[in-house]
Design a protein around this ligand. Structure first.
Ligand code: PGD
Ligand code: PGD
Length: 820
């Protein structure tokens, strides 16, 4: 992958990490010493972020250098971008209001949103406007007039949780008058199907731990997963110990297989066998393997009998009795592009070895995304290794250090959203759904009153006229940008609170500048799965320009609504942090865990906790395997459901009651000749979604100033495209510019433009405008994965690519709008 210019920052970083690991030899549990605390000091402030804990040096009030916390053996190179983001030209400096909105009121010239015509206002004026708009929206349109279902990767921290704070302000101040959302963009399909199949969300659960994998797994399969890339960040503050485990696994010399349309950094690192698969066809490939196992008598029928239900109903489908199509390896090969012999060989090797099927999440972020992980579970059940050390499947080895042993630790509570207030319940039935599946936000704006299905329920969309978004970037994360721009024009008022001039902020009416994590105090755990430490996230610098803390902004809004003291409960920032810590202290006392008092902790900056021997040998589903009657799963039958009666009862045509291959709405097997290339929208290597795209890290991966577009050598040659050319990527939904990276590490017929590039329409907010930088969601399909989960289909899109020969528009999105 060294030819991927876009990757070199993180590659360099990993090489650096790998040498640190070399010194470790084996994984170092000695890191986790009970109650051990790193002394604060080193002349730098210790704090943390989605990218890890770090020390920040401040010179004359300015943050000047950053260094990973010494307890993090594998810090990410993205930390440089974290520092840069604070001072980036894209930083929002002042409260701003769109000129037409300010002069003519809500709903004025909505088609001009995105054109960048903002006027600076005082904080006082801005808060006045926000409060009067909240009241106006409710008085005019009722309690369902405002959408506050804000989704996104807000910063970690137990207090400055901007989304809870928004909903808290509206719960206490507006009596709960807002529409909320449920789910997330990461695992929208899996988190709904898995409770039917396994009885848990599965995607966010602890995995069989890495020490066990190292010891017992003979064959490690990454199925649509790139753990080297995606483990750099986490929802809380990552510990990055998983990199030491991955190095240790590699050192065992055991084989690794990567099934992916791209030969990833992980494939290169593990020197893995790369199985290039046609995108969106994993279910077919798994069915071909299942057919092989069954017909060759290799399936573990005892496991299927004892631990699963419904295989007998799935088998006729597998064998073609129900639809006339046996799901043979040859049938699968035609669909997925992996040769039949290789499919059969893989199936046999999976049974002959203790095999861990570690899947990422992209394979469920696509049309019919529910089926991928359901079929993976079915395949793993036929292999019969679920619950055995090192065998089975895992859906989180690539994320936030899944599989890192969990420490015994108290858990810090955080600020709550105040609970849905009375008004919320009363208007529910009349106005429509009080909560929508989040990826259906554009459907909601387009079609108020329309009915929608969701996981066995049916509801109708409310009539929303105002949106308040904090801690997320829907103009990066949502699909089919042009459709979205149009839907946004139906809104009278859009308020966005962020620290960056994202496209979402540019398409708003009122823009409020929030502080970054590094301009305020907070608390957080280190290690989403390991919970290995508690971190004092200390303020590094004073707020820049006129940025204010989300907490203070919402406290003031609540105050103007007459509910200030209900919002603050009489506490200031440190008062809240002390109260969260006090809860941890009482848990610690009950659990007999040593915990310093708050002042000592705050002074030390961090307190670490060890993992027990039991945690270090945790095997997922070992209990269930040991005793399925006493340790049943949370499914209706208590067993793994290969056939779900509940899903059968829902009767959805796009989600049958057992895993099923269904053609996606757009895919390579039925390509419109106009748009013959599949668009892979994998997550970016050197940023978190759109975060840090505005920083100097971009210089490490941008090609001709644009987001990189990986294209296979043959596809590039056929189009006269050379490495480094600016290309236009387009389909019936829209068009973007990108910079070509010509490589054989992507399968022919597939291009990759990572999600999260900032939308930079050449003609301002005009629908259909050419995007100068490369927001891949201009091209993607905006529809639910199925009626069951209604997840997003970010990985479903076909497009064409051509060399761009017109006058090259400059990229302007990384600077603030004029005058801002
Ligand atoms: P981020 O870029 O992380 O993207 O979508 P998400 O909206 O989470 O945006 C977070 C925003 O919050 C940033 O603008 C940041 O500045 C702001 N922010 C951070 N901290 C704070 C804070 O403390 N206060 C305030 N006010 N603002 C803050 C990500 C989403 O994209 C996700 S999670 C996934 S998994 C999806 N992935 C794909 C995909 O694979 N393919 C496609 N095509 N599309 C996707 N979209 C989804
Ligand atoms: P992706 O990069 O989208 O990551 O984790 P997720 O596993 O979803 O996809 C992983 C791999 O799947 C990619 O190599 C991609 O090529 C491959 N793939 C795509 N389509 C197919 C297919 O049809 N079949 C198969 N077999 N493989 C396919 C995302 C996770 O990462 C999430 S949800 C979040 S919110 C975080 N986001 C980031 C981030 O933005 N940047 C970094 N560096 N790290 C992250 N970690 C988290």
């Amino acid at each position: 992958m060294s030819n991927f210019r876009s990757y070199h920052i993180s590659r360099r970083n990993f090489l650096k990490s790998a040498s640190a690991l070399g010194a470790l030899g084996t994984v170092a549990p000695s890191l986790l010493t009970s109650g051990a605390a790193h002394a604060a000091g080193h002349g730098a402030v210790l704090t943390g972020s989605h990218w890890g804990a770090f020390r920040a040096t401040v010179t004359d009030g300015r943050w000047t250098s950053v260094k990973g916390w010494e307890g993090d053996k594998n810090p990410t190179a993205m930390l440089e971008g974290v520092m840069d983001s604070v001072y980036a030209p894209s930083r929002i400096k002042y409260p701003m209001v769109r000129r037409a909105f300010l002069e003519q009121g809500a709903g004025a010239a909505v088609e001009q949103r995105g054109a960048g015509d903002f006027v600076r206002v005082s904080w006082d004026q801005a808060i006045d406007l926000v409060v009067s708009e909240l009241q106006r929206a409710r008085d005019t349109h009722g309690p369902a007039g405002t959408f506050a279902g804000s989704y996104g990767w807000k910063s970690p921290g137990k207090l400055h949780n901007c989304q809870n704070l928004l909903r808290r302000a509206l719960n206490v101040g507006m009596n709960g008058a807002f529409v909320n959302s449920t789910g997330d963009y990461s695992t929208g399909a899996s988190q709904i199907i898995m409770p039917h199949v396994m009885g848990t969300l599965e995607v966010y659960e602890q995995q069989t731990v890495w020490p066990v994998v190292m010891e017992s797994t003979d064959l490690l399969v990454f199925w649509g997963a790139d753990p080297l890339k995606t483990n750099q960040i986490s929802w809380l503050v990552p510990d990055h110990d998983v990199y030491s485990y991955m190095q240790a696994f590699k050192d065992t010399g055991k084989p690794v297989i990567c099934i992916d349309p791209i030969r990833t950094d992980s494939a290169e690192f593990f020197n893995a066998e790369w199985v290039p698969i046609r995108p969106q066809t994993d279910v077919a490939m798994m069915l071909g393997m299942a057919h092989t196992l069954h017909t060759e008598g290799l399936a573990d029928t005892a496991f299927l009998d004892d631990y699963t239900v419904g295989f007998d109903k799935f088998l006729p489908y597998l064998m073609g009795d129900t639809d006339g199509t046996p799901k043979t390896a040859e049938w699968a090969a035609d669909i997925c592009g992996v040769p039949a012999d290789q499919i059969k060989d893989l199936a046999r090797r999976f049974t002959q070895n203790r095999t861990m099927l570690a899947s990422g999440w992209s394979i469920q972020r696509m049309h019919h995304g529910e089926q991928g992980h359901w079929m993976l579970v079915t395949l793993a059940s036929m292999l019969g290794q679920i619950g055995l050390p090192g065998g089975g499947f895992g859906l989180s080895y690539h994320y936030a250090g899944g599989g890192t042993p969990s420490a015994t630790t108290p858990v810090l509570p955080g600020i709550t959203d105040g609970g849905k207030a009375v008004e919320g319940a009363a208007w529910l039935t009349e106005a429509g759904a009080a909560t929508i599946p989040l990826a259906r936000v554009v459907d909601m704006l387009e079609s108020p009153g329309a009915e929608f299905d969701f996981n066995g329920t049916r509801d109708k969309f409310p009539d929303v006229k105002m949106v308040y978004w904090v801690g997320g970037n829907p103009f990066a994360h949502h699909q089919d940008r042009n459709r979205m721009v149009k839907a946004w024009q139906k809104l009278e008022t859009v308020i966005v609170q962020d620290h960056q001039w994202t496209a979402t902020a540019r398409f708003a009416d009122i823009v409020l500048p929030a502080t970054t994590t590094y301009e305020r105090n907070d608390l957080e755990h280190i290690g989403d799965y390991s919970l290995k430490a508690m971190l004092a996230m200390k303020k590094v610098i004073d707020p820049v320009f006129e940025a204010r803390n989300d907490y203070d902004i919402f406290a003031e809004i609540a105050d103007r609504l007459g509910k200030g003291s209900e919002f603050t409960e009489g506490k200031d920032e440190m008062g809240w942090l002390r109260s969260f810590y006090a809860s941890a202290e009482s848990q610690a006392q009950a659990q007999k865990i040593d915990l310093p008092d708050f002042d000592t902790f705050w002074e030390q900056g961090v307190v670490e906790f060890p993992a027990s021997d039991a945690a270090k040998s945790f095997v997922r589903y070992a209990d269930y395997r040991e005793d399925p009657l006493l340790e049943p799963l949370g499914t209706p039958t208590g067993k793994i459901e290969i056939f779900s009666r509940n899903i059968e009862k829902m009767g959805y045509d796009d989600c049958p009651p057992h895993p099923t291959w269904m053609e996606p709405v757009e895919w390579l097997g039925a390509a419109d000749p106009q748009y013959p290339l599949h668009v892979n929208t994998a997550h970016p290597i050197s940023r978190l979604h759109s975060q840090l795209n505005g920083t100097k890290l971009r210089q490490g991966y941008a090609v001709a100033d644009r987001e990189p577009c990986l294209i296979n050598t043959q596809d590039a040659a056929a189009r006269g495209i050379s490495d480094g050319d600016v290309v236009r990527v387009f389909n019936g939904r829209g068009q973007i510019l990108a910079g070509a990276v010509v490589t054989d590490d992507i399968t022919p017929g597939v291009i990759r433009v990572a999600e999260g590039g900032w939308y930079d329409p050449v003609e301002g907010g005009e629908v259909g405008s050419l995007d100068a930088y490369g927001d891949v969601n201009v091209l993607t399909v905006d529809q639910g994965t199925s009626k069951l989960a209604q997840g997003n289909c970010g990985h479903t899109a076909m497009a064409q690519v051509e060399k761009f020969t017109g006058t090259l528009p400059p990229v302007t999105v990384f600077d603030a709008p004029a005058g801002a």
